[in-house]
Design a protein around this ligand. Structure first.
Ligand code: UDP
Length: 235
């Protein structure tokens, strides 16, 4: 499928029109940013690896009954997906204290949570993606209560599925970010990507980080961490 006009260019992906108005191509870039664009860099072959890892997770989730936008992987950096009306929320699921949650509550990274939690962040680069609650989301008409309930239900289901699969690969799922959209019938389906760019993956034994924190905090070679994650999933 040929790429048409650019619909949107984000920090990690470019979205292109295709000849089918119901489908778009997500092109995965190697560029990496952290702290809302303050730190910039390139992770060699990140686009290829993230396309492969996202393909793996989207197929797996579909097999487990989680509807998502994935259609196919026509090229190394291209994913063909259903065009959906994206809801401007970052939906974060957490199993363990890390990152901004650890900082907010003064907890040591790696402290387990007594149950998984979901958080909503309003997607706005200008505002720095502020954390919001359900009342904000409803009052700002970002999503309805019914939609938020569905999003939460899906987010927890995705967490349970990913945790189990990753556990078998000796990886702990610390937290991850998802985004959802509405399909042509108004149903909520999973979009965006699921990759080391937006998940925290730790080796179960050594607690070694196999995700973007390696880039964010200069902890070694991000390329190697991403490659290792791909190897664990596909071998
Ligand atoms: N995350 C993301 N995009 C963002 C912010 C966070 O994909 O703009 C992911 C991040 O990779 C982690 C989870 O969401 O898996 C929770 O991130 P956190 O709120 O701890 O923020 P961070 O420490 O990354 O600033």
């Amino acid at each position: 499928m040929e790429k048409g006009n650019v619909i949107h260019e984000g920090k990690a992906k470019i979205i292109y029109e295709t000849s089918d108005p119901g489908q778009v191509i997500m092109f995965f870039k190697d560029e990496a940013t952290a702290r809302n664009g303050e730190k910039k860099g390139t992770i060699k072959d990140k686009g290829i690896i993230n396309n492969k890892i996202s393909t793996y997770f989207f197929k797996l989730l579909k097999d487990h009954g989680i509807d998502n936008h994935y259609i196919g992987t026509p090229d190394a950096r291209d994913m063909l997906v259903k065009k959906i009306d994206m809801i401007p929320l970052e939906v974060v699921v957490r199993n363990v204290f890390a990152g901004s949650l650890a900082a907010r509550f003064g907890k040591e990274e790696g402290t387990p949570l007594s149950m998984p939690i979901v958080e909503f962040y309003y997607k706005s680069d200008a505002l720095g993606d502020p954390i919001i609650n359900r009342y904000h989301a409803i009052a700002l008409e970002i999503a309805t209560l019914t939609e938020l309930n569905e999003i939460e239900h899906l987010a927890f289901s995705i967490n349970a599925i990913l945790k189990e699969i990753l556990g078998a690969k000796n990886v702990d799922l610390i937290d991850f970010k998802t985004e959802f959209g509405r399909d042509e019938k108004g149903r909520i389906i999973l979009g965006d990507e699921i990759s080391p760019d937006n998940c925290r993956f730790w080796d179960k034994d050594s607690k070694q980080k196999l995700d973007k924190d390696v880039f964010r905090h200069d902890l070694g070679s991000p390329e190697e961490a991403y490659q290792e994650m791909l190897r664990r999933l596909t071998e």
